[in-house]
Ligand binder design. Structure first.
Ligand SMILES: *Cc1c(COP(=O)(O)O)cnc(C)c1O
Length: 424
Protein backbone atom coordinates (compact mmCIF):
# COMPACT_ATOMS: atom_id res chain seq x y z
CA UNK A 1 0.00 0.00 0.00
CA UNK A 2 1.37 3.41 -0.93
CA UNK A 3 1.49 6.50 1.28
CA UNK A 4 -1.22 8.01 -0.87
CA UNK A 5 -3.46 4.96 -0.42
CA UNK A 6 -3.10 5.29 3.35
CA UNK A 7 -3.49 9.04 3.56
CA UNK A 8 -5.94 10.00 0.82
CA UNK A 9 -7.81 7.03 -0.55
CA UNK A 10 -10.17 9.18 -2.62
CA UNK A 11 -7.39 10.65 -4.72
CA UNK A 12 -5.41 7.39 -4.80
CA UNK A 13 -8.45 5.54 -6.16
CA UNK A 14 -9.08 8.15 -8.83
CA UNK A 15 -5.46 7.94 -9.98
CA UNK A 16 -5.78 4.16 -10.21
CA UNK A 17 -8.99 4.51 -12.19
CA UNK A 18 -7.31 6.88 -14.62
CA UNK A 19 -4.39 4.49 -15.02
CA UNK A 20 -6.80 1.65 -15.79
CA UNK A 21 -8.70 3.85 -18.23
CA UNK A 22 -5.48 4.54 -20.11
CA UNK A 23 -4.33 0.92 -20.00
CA UNK A 24 -7.68 -0.55 -21.07
CA UNK A 25 -8.32 1.75 -23.98
CA UNK A 26 -6.58 3.47 -26.88
CA UNK A 27 -5.36 7.03 -26.26
CA UNK A 28 -5.46 8.69 -29.67
CA UNK A 29 -5.49 12.37 -28.75
CA UNK A 30 -2.38 13.43 -30.72
CA UNK A 31 -1.13 15.85 -28.04
CA UNK A 32 -0.98 13.05 -25.48
CA UNK A 33 1.56 10.35 -24.77
CA UNK A 34 2.67 7.89 -22.08
CA UNK A 35 5.80 9.05 -20.28
CA UNK A 36 8.26 6.55 -18.81
CA UNK A 37 8.32 5.58 -15.15
CA UNK A 38 11.76 7.22 -14.88
CA UNK A 39 10.26 10.52 -16.09
CA UNK A 40 7.39 10.20 -13.62
CA UNK A 41 9.73 9.30 -10.78
CA UNK A 42 11.75 12.48 -11.35
CA UNK A 43 8.52 14.44 -11.67
CA UNK A 44 7.27 13.05 -8.36
CA UNK A 45 10.53 13.71 -6.53
CA UNK A 46 11.41 15.99 -3.60
CA UNK A 47 12.72 18.56 -6.08
CA UNK A 48 9.16 19.90 -6.00
CA UNK A 49 10.02 21.34 -2.57
CA UNK A 50 12.95 23.49 -3.70
CA UNK A 51 12.75 27.19 -4.60
CA UNK A 52 15.36 28.52 -7.02
CA UNK A 53 14.23 31.76 -8.68
CA UNK A 54 16.84 32.83 -11.21
CA UNK A 55 19.15 30.74 -13.35
CA UNK A 56 21.98 28.29 -12.52
CA UNK A 57 24.82 30.27 -10.94
CA UNK A 58 22.59 33.31 -10.33
CA UNK A 59 19.78 32.39 -7.95
CA UNK A 60 17.87 34.45 -5.42
CA UNK A 61 17.86 31.47 -3.02
CA UNK A 62 20.48 29.40 -1.23
CA UNK A 63 20.83 25.63 -1.37
CA UNK A 64 20.66 25.47 -5.16
CA UNK A 65 23.86 23.50 -5.81
CA UNK A 66 22.00 20.37 -6.93
CA UNK A 67 19.09 21.94 -8.77
CA UNK A 68 21.65 24.08 -10.64
CA UNK A 69 23.25 20.88 -11.93
CA UNK A 70 19.87 19.41 -12.86
CA UNK A 71 18.87 22.50 -14.84
CA UNK A 72 22.23 22.66 -16.60
CA UNK A 73 21.91 19.01 -17.68
CA UNK A 74 18.41 19.71 -19.04
CA UNK A 75 19.67 22.77 -20.92
CA UNK A 76 22.70 20.95 -22.36
CA UNK A 77 20.60 18.02 -23.55
CA UNK A 78 18.06 20.36 -25.14
CA UNK A 79 20.80 22.24 -26.99
CA UNK A 80 22.37 19.02 -28.26
CA UNK A 81 19.05 17.52 -29.29
CA UNK A 82 17.81 20.51 -31.29
CA UNK A 83 21.15 21.98 -32.42
CA UNK A 84 20.83 25.43 -30.83
CA UNK A 85 23.15 27.46 -28.60
CA UNK A 86 20.62 28.45 -25.92
CA UNK A 87 17.79 26.68 -24.11
CA UNK A 88 15.43 27.93 -21.43
CA UNK A 89 13.77 24.94 -19.75
CA UNK A 90 11.79 26.84 -17.10
CA UNK A 91 8.43 27.65 -18.75
CA UNK A 92 5.72 25.87 -16.76
CA UNK A 93 3.92 24.85 -19.94
CA UNK A 94 3.45 25.76 -23.59
CA UNK A 95 1.07 28.67 -23.16
CA UNK A 96 3.25 30.49 -20.59
CA UNK A 97 6.26 29.84 -22.83
CA UNK A 98 4.48 31.57 -25.69
CA UNK A 99 3.53 34.44 -23.39
CA UNK A 100 7.22 34.84 -22.55
CA UNK A 101 8.10 34.96 -26.26
CA UNK A 102 5.54 37.72 -26.91
CA UNK A 103 6.84 39.59 -23.87
CA UNK A 104 10.41 39.26 -25.13
CA UNK A 105 9.89 40.28 -28.75
CA UNK A 106 6.90 42.63 -29.12
CA UNK A 107 4.98 45.30 -27.20
CA UNK A 108 1.27 45.46 -26.38
CA UNK A 109 -0.62 46.85 -29.36
CA UNK A 110 1.93 45.58 -31.88
CA UNK A 111 0.66 43.55 -34.82
CA UNK A 112 1.32 39.81 -34.62
CA UNK A 113 0.33 37.08 -37.03
CA UNK A 114 -0.56 33.45 -36.42
CA UNK A 115 -2.62 30.57 -37.72
CA UNK A 116 -6.28 30.58 -36.73
CA UNK A 117 -7.19 27.98 -34.12
CA UNK A 118 -10.07 26.89 -36.34
CA UNK A 119 -7.62 25.95 -39.09
CA UNK A 120 -5.15 24.10 -36.89
CA UNK A 121 -3.30 26.84 -35.00
CA UNK A 122 -3.14 27.30 -31.21
CA UNK A 123 -5.12 29.81 -29.14
CA UNK A 124 -1.87 31.51 -28.04
CA UNK A 125 -1.22 32.36 -31.70
CA UNK A 126 -3.70 35.25 -31.64
CA UNK A 127 -7.16 33.95 -30.77
CA UNK A 128 -9.38 36.92 -29.84
CA UNK A 129 -10.28 35.66 -26.34
CA UNK A 130 -6.66 34.68 -25.54
CA UNK A 131 -4.06 37.11 -24.15
CA UNK A 132 -2.44 37.01 -27.59
CA UNK A 133 -5.53 38.38 -29.31
CA UNK A 134 -6.36 40.80 -26.49
CA UNK A 135 -3.08 42.61 -25.81
CA UNK A 136 -1.79 42.47 -29.38
CA UNK A 137 -3.26 43.42 -32.73
CA UNK A 138 -3.70 39.89 -33.98
CA UNK A 139 -4.00 38.99 -37.65
CA UNK A 140 -4.91 35.38 -38.35
CA UNK A 141 -4.12 33.28 -41.41
CA UNK A 142 -6.11 30.26 -42.51
CA UNK A 143 -5.38 27.31 -44.79
CA UNK A 144 -6.51 26.93 -48.39
CA UNK A 145 -9.84 25.22 -49.02
CA UNK A 146 -8.24 21.76 -48.93
CA UNK A 147 -6.59 22.41 -45.56
CA UNK A 148 -3.01 23.06 -46.76
CA UNK A 149 -0.97 26.00 -45.51
CA UNK A 150 -1.14 28.65 -48.22
CA UNK A 151 2.23 30.41 -48.20
CA UNK A 152 1.25 32.90 -50.91
CA UNK A 153 -1.81 33.95 -48.93
CA UNK A 154 0.29 34.21 -45.75
CA UNK A 155 2.78 36.39 -47.63
CA UNK A 156 0.02 38.65 -48.98
CA UNK A 157 -1.49 39.03 -45.49
CA UNK A 158 1.91 39.76 -43.97
CA UNK A 159 2.66 42.39 -46.64
CA UNK A 160 -0.68 44.05 -45.92
CA UNK A 161 -0.44 44.09 -42.11
CA UNK A 162 3.34 44.18 -41.50
CA UNK A 163 3.35 42.07 -38.30
CA UNK A 164 6.28 42.42 -35.90
CA UNK A 165 6.15 38.70 -35.18
CA UNK A 166 4.86 35.62 -37.00
CA UNK A 167 3.90 32.57 -34.95
CA UNK A 168 4.19 29.38 -36.98
CA UNK A 169 3.05 26.11 -35.55
CA UNK A 170 0.00 23.93 -35.29
CA UNK A 171 -2.12 21.67 -33.17
CA UNK A 172 -4.25 20.06 -35.85
CA UNK A 173 -2.32 20.24 -39.10
CA UNK A 174 -1.36 16.94 -40.75
CA UNK A 175 1.32 18.20 -43.15
CA UNK A 176 4.93 19.36 -43.02
CA UNK A 177 5.54 23.03 -42.31
CA UNK A 178 7.92 24.77 -44.74
CA UNK A 179 10.12 26.84 -42.41
CA UNK A 180 12.17 28.32 -45.26
CA UNK A 181 9.11 29.73 -47.00
CA UNK A 182 8.00 31.28 -43.72
CA UNK A 183 11.50 32.68 -43.17
CA UNK A 184 11.37 34.41 -46.56
CA UNK A 185 7.99 35.92 -45.67
CA UNK A 186 9.18 37.10 -42.24
CA UNK A 187 12.34 38.62 -43.76
CA UNK A 188 10.32 40.39 -46.43
CA UNK A 189 8.20 42.21 -43.84
CA UNK A 190 10.84 42.49 -41.09
CA UNK A 191 9.09 40.20 -38.60
CA UNK A 192 10.44 37.88 -35.93
CA UNK A 193 9.68 34.26 -36.82
CA UNK A 194 8.74 31.84 -34.06
CA UNK A 195 8.34 28.10 -34.62
CA UNK A 196 6.00 26.50 -32.12
CA UNK A 197 6.81 22.81 -32.60
CA UNK A 198 4.91 21.58 -29.52
CA UNK A 199 3.15 18.81 -31.44
CA UNK A 200 5.97 17.71 -33.69
CA UNK A 201 9.14 18.10 -31.61
CA UNK A 202 9.54 14.32 -31.24
CA UNK A 203 9.39 13.99 -35.01
CA UNK A 204 11.88 16.83 -35.43
CA UNK A 205 14.26 14.94 -33.11
CA UNK A 206 13.89 11.71 -35.09
CA UNK A 207 14.26 13.51 -38.43
CA UNK A 208 10.68 12.75 -39.48
CA UNK A 209 9.76 16.44 -39.74
CA UNK A 210 12.10 19.18 -41.07
CA UNK A 211 13.76 21.06 -38.21
CA UNK A 212 13.27 24.82 -37.89
CA UNK A 213 16.65 25.17 -36.12
CA UNK A 214 18.90 27.70 -37.83
CA UNK A 215 15.97 28.99 -39.90
CA UNK A 216 13.60 30.63 -37.43
CA UNK A 217 14.49 33.08 -34.63
CA UNK A 218 12.92 31.27 -31.70
CA UNK A 219 11.66 27.72 -31.20
CA UNK A 220 9.11 26.79 -28.56
CA UNK A 221 8.12 23.24 -27.73
CA UNK A 222 6.08 21.62 -25.03
CA UNK A 223 7.80 18.59 -23.54
CA UNK A 224 4.78 16.31 -23.04
CA UNK A 225 3.53 15.61 -26.57
CA UNK A 226 5.56 13.61 -29.12
CA UNK A 227 8.67 14.42 -27.07
CA UNK A 228 7.18 12.13 -24.37
CA UNK A 229 8.37 13.99 -21.29
CA UNK A 230 6.53 15.52 -18.32
CA UNK A 231 4.25 18.51 -18.80
CA UNK A 232 6.43 21.51 -19.47
CA UNK A 233 7.98 23.58 -22.22
CA UNK A 234 11.29 24.90 -23.53
CA UNK A 235 12.31 27.97 -25.50
CA UNK A 236 15.29 27.50 -27.82
CA UNK A 237 17.32 30.01 -29.80
CA UNK A 238 20.79 31.07 -30.96
CA UNK A 239 22.78 34.17 -30.04
CA UNK A 240 25.28 35.57 -27.57
CA UNK A 241 25.58 34.02 -24.14
CA UNK A 242 22.65 35.07 -21.98
CA UNK A 243 23.05 37.89 -19.51
CA UNK A 244 19.63 38.11 -17.88
CA UNK A 245 20.77 40.78 -15.42
CA UNK A 246 21.01 43.59 -18.01
CA UNK A 247 18.13 44.89 -20.14
CA UNK A 248 19.04 44.05 -23.75
CA UNK A 249 18.20 45.68 -27.09
CA UNK A 250 15.86 43.64 -29.25
CA UNK A 251 18.49 42.15 -31.58
CA UNK A 252 19.05 38.60 -32.82
CA UNK A 253 22.34 38.35 -30.90
CA UNK A 254 20.47 39.19 -27.70
CA UNK A 255 17.75 36.55 -28.10
CA UNK A 256 19.07 34.36 -25.23
CA UNK A 257 19.00 37.30 -22.78
CA UNK A 258 15.64 38.53 -24.11
CA UNK A 259 14.06 35.10 -23.61
CA UNK A 260 15.59 34.49 -20.18
CA UNK A 261 14.50 37.90 -18.85
CA UNK A 262 11.01 37.39 -20.23
CA UNK A 263 10.63 34.06 -18.39
CA UNK A 264 11.92 35.48 -15.09
CA UNK A 265 11.50 38.22 -13.88
CA UNK A 266 9.10 38.94 -16.75
CA UNK A 267 6.52 36.25 -16.25
CA UNK A 268 7.29 33.47 -13.80
CA UNK A 269 8.65 33.06 -10.31
CA UNK A 270 10.34 29.89 -9.23
CA UNK A 271 11.06 27.14 -11.73
CA UNK A 272 9.42 23.76 -11.09
CA UNK A 273 12.57 21.80 -10.35
CA UNK A 274 10.85 18.40 -10.30
CA UNK A 275 9.59 19.20 -13.78
CA UNK A 276 13.05 20.34 -14.92
CA UNK A 277 14.52 17.05 -13.66
CA UNK A 278 11.84 15.06 -15.49
CA UNK A 279 12.48 17.08 -18.66
CA UNK A 280 16.19 16.24 -18.34
CA UNK A 281 15.34 12.54 -18.06
CA UNK A 282 13.01 12.70 -21.06
CA UNK A 283 15.64 14.53 -23.13
CA UNK A 284 18.11 11.82 -22.14
CA UNK A 285 15.68 9.27 -23.56
CA UNK A 286 15.18 11.38 -26.69
CA UNK A 287 18.95 11.33 -27.33
CA UNK A 288 18.95 7.52 -27.72
CA UNK A 289 18.72 5.62 -31.04
CA UNK A 290 15.53 3.96 -29.71
CA UNK A 291 13.81 7.32 -29.68
CA UNK A 292 14.67 7.88 -33.36
CA UNK A 293 13.04 4.51 -34.11
CA UNK A 294 10.06 5.61 -32.06
CA UNK A 295 9.65 8.78 -34.14
CA UNK A 296 9.91 6.84 -37.40
CA UNK A 297 7.27 4.40 -36.16
CA UNK A 298 4.87 7.20 -35.12
CA UNK A 299 4.96 8.49 -38.70
CA UNK A 300 4.69 5.02 -40.27
CA UNK A 301 1.74 4.19 -38.04
CA UNK A 302 -0.01 7.45 -38.91
CA UNK A 303 0.52 6.77 -42.61
CA UNK A 304 -1.01 3.28 -42.38
CA UNK A 305 -3.88 4.43 -40.17
CA UNK A 306 -4.73 7.27 -42.55
CA UNK A 307 -4.63 4.99 -45.60
CA UNK A 308 -6.84 2.41 -43.91
CA UNK A 309 -9.36 5.05 -42.84
CA UNK A 310 -9.51 6.43 -46.38
CA UNK A 311 -10.09 2.91 -47.73
CA UNK A 312 -13.06 2.73 -45.35
CA UNK A 313 -14.50 5.89 -46.88
CA UNK A 314 -13.31 8.41 -44.30
CA UNK A 315 -12.62 11.89 -45.59
CA UNK A 316 -9.23 13.09 -44.29
CA UNK A 317 -8.41 16.80 -44.34
CA UNK A 318 -5.62 17.30 -46.96
CA UNK A 319 -6.16 13.68 -48.06
CA UNK A 320 -3.68 12.15 -45.64
CA UNK A 321 -0.84 12.94 -43.27
CA UNK A 322 2.92 13.61 -43.19
CA UNK A 323 3.19 13.56 -39.41
CA UNK A 324 1.63 11.96 -36.32
CA UNK A 325 -1.95 13.13 -36.67
CA UNK A 326 -4.96 13.33 -38.94
CA UNK A 327 -8.15 15.36 -38.99
CA UNK A 328 -11.19 13.43 -40.19
CA UNK A 329 -14.17 15.30 -41.67
CA UNK A 330 -17.24 13.35 -40.55
CA UNK A 331 -19.78 15.12 -42.76
CA UNK A 332 -19.94 12.30 -45.32
CA UNK A 333 -20.59 9.81 -42.49
CA UNK A 334 -23.63 11.75 -41.26
CA UNK A 335 -22.27 12.07 -37.74
CA UNK A 336 -20.90 15.18 -36.02
CA UNK A 337 -17.44 15.40 -34.48
CA UNK A 338 -18.99 15.51 -31.02
CA UNK A 339 -21.08 12.40 -31.65
CA UNK A 340 -18.04 10.61 -33.06
CA UNK A 341 -15.93 11.58 -30.04
CA UNK A 342 -18.63 10.21 -27.74
CA UNK A 343 -19.15 6.95 -29.65
CA UNK A 344 -15.42 6.27 -29.90
CA UNK A 345 -15.06 7.09 -26.20
CA UNK A 346 -17.68 4.50 -25.30
CA UNK A 347 -15.71 1.99 -27.36
CA UNK A 348 -12.50 2.86 -25.48
CA UNK A 349 -10.90 4.97 -28.20
CA UNK A 350 -10.15 8.47 -26.90
CA UNK A 351 -10.07 11.21 -29.56
CA UNK A 352 -11.22 14.83 -29.61
CA UNK A 353 -13.72 16.69 -31.72
CA UNK A 354 -12.10 19.27 -33.98
CA UNK A 355 -13.02 21.86 -36.57
CA UNK A 356 -12.22 21.21 -40.22
CA UNK A 357 -11.12 24.05 -42.54
CA UNK A 358 -14.05 26.39 -43.29
CA UNK A 359 -16.17 24.28 -40.97
CA UNK A 360 -19.90 24.76 -41.67
CA UNK A 361 -20.64 23.80 -38.03
CA UNK A 362 -19.78 25.63 -34.79
CA UNK A 363 -16.44 25.14 -32.95
CA UNK A 364 -18.42 23.73 -30.00
CA UNK A 365 -20.01 21.10 -32.22
CA UNK A 366 -17.62 20.85 -35.17
CA UNK A 367 -17.53 18.53 -38.19
CA UNK A 368 -14.37 16.62 -37.46
CA UNK A 369 -12.27 14.61 -35.09
CA UNK A 370 -8.51 14.74 -34.56
CA UNK A 371 -6.54 11.60 -33.84
CA UNK A 372 -2.93 10.52 -33.78
CA UNK A 373 -0.48 7.73 -33.11
CA UNK A 374 2.13 8.93 -30.53
CA UNK A 375 0.64 7.16 -27.50
CA UNK A 376 -0.22 3.92 -29.31
CA UNK A 377 3.29 3.82 -30.76
CA UNK A 378 4.73 4.17 -27.25
CA UNK A 379 2.79 1.00 -26.43
CA UNK A 380 4.69 -0.77 -29.25
CA UNK A 381 1.80 -0.93 -31.67
CA UNK A 382 2.85 -1.17 -35.30
CA UNK A 383 1.29 -1.28 -38.77
CA UNK A 384 -0.89 -4.42 -38.25
CA UNK A 385 -2.40 -2.92 -35.10
CA UNK A 386 -3.17 0.33 -36.96
CA UNK A 387 -5.27 -1.67 -39.42
CA UNK A 388 -7.27 -3.12 -36.55
CA UNK A 389 -7.69 0.31 -34.98
CA UNK A 390 -9.00 1.72 -38.27
CA UNK A 391 -11.54 -1.11 -38.49
CA UNK A 392 -12.68 -0.45 -34.90
CA UNK A 393 -13.09 3.26 -35.60
CA UNK A 394 -15.22 2.38 -38.61
CA UNK A 395 -17.40 -0.02 -36.59
CA UNK A 396 -17.86 2.48 -33.77
CA UNK A 397 -18.88 5.24 -36.17
CA UNK A 398 -21.30 2.96 -38.04
CA UNK A 399 -22.94 1.88 -34.77
CA UNK A 400 -22.69 5.19 -32.96
CA UNK A 401 -26.24 5.06 -31.61
CA UNK A 402 -25.94 1.52 -30.25
CA UNK A 403 -24.49 1.79 -26.74
CA UNK A 404 -24.53 -1.97 -26.18
CA UNK A 405 -22.54 -2.54 -29.34
CA UNK A 406 -20.01 0.11 -28.34
CA UNK A 407 -19.60 -1.48 -24.90
CA UNK A 408 -18.92 -4.82 -26.59
CA UNK A 409 -16.31 -3.13 -28.72
CA UNK A 410 -14.74 -1.62 -25.60
CA UNK A 411 -14.44 -5.11 -24.07
CA UNK A 412 -12.70 -6.36 -27.22
CA UNK A 413 -10.34 -3.36 -27.23
CA UNK A 414 -9.57 -3.82 -23.53
CA UNK A 415 -8.61 -7.43 -24.20
CA UNK A 416 -6.40 -6.39 -27.12
CA UNK A 417 -4.79 -3.61 -25.03
CA UNK A 418 -3.42 -6.10 -22.49
CA UNK A 419 -0.79 -7.15 -25.06
CA UNK A 420 0.43 -3.54 -25.24
CA UNK A 421 1.05 -2.44 -21.66
CA UNK A 422 1.83 1.14 -20.65
CA UNK A 423 5.61 1.69 -20.65
CA UNK A 424 7.99 1.20 -17.75
C1 LIG B 1 0.01 22.22 -26.78
C2 LIG B 1 0.39 23.44 -27.49
C3 LIG B 1 0.60 24.65 -26.82
C4 LIG B 1 0.29 24.88 -25.37
O1 LIG B 1 0.76 24.02 -24.47
P1 LIG B 1 0.11 23.90 -22.98
O2 LIG B 1 1.15 23.12 -22.30
O3 LIG B 1 -1.18 23.18 -23.16
O4 LIG B 1 -0.07 25.27 -22.44
C5 LIG B 1 1.04 25.74 -27.55
N1 LIG B 1 1.22 25.66 -28.87
C6 LIG B 1 0.99 24.52 -29.57
C7 LIG B 1 1.23 24.49 -31.04
C8 LIG B 1 0.56 23.37 -28.90
O5 LIG B 1 0.33 22.26 -29.60
Amino acid sequence: MSYLDKQDKKIADLIKKEEARQANGLEMIPSENHSSKAVREASGSILTDKYSEGYPGMRYYGGCEFVDKVENIARDRAKELFGVSHANVQPHSGSPANQAIYFALVDPGDTVMGMSLYFGGHMTHGLKVNFSGTYYNSVQYTTDKDGFMDYEAIHALASEHKPKMIMAGTTAYPRFIDWKKLRAIADDVGAWLVADISHISGLVVSGDHPSPAGIVDVIMTTTHKTLRGPRGAMILCNGNESNPLKKPERTKENLPSLIDRAVIPGLQGGPHNHQTAAIAVALGEALTPEFKEYGHQIAKNAKVLSEELMKLGFNLVTGGTDNHLMVVDMNNKNISGKEAEKALGLAGITVNKNTVPFDPRSPFDPSGIRLGTPALTTRSMKEPEMKRVAAWIDEAVKNYKDEKYLQGLHAEITKFSQDFPLPN
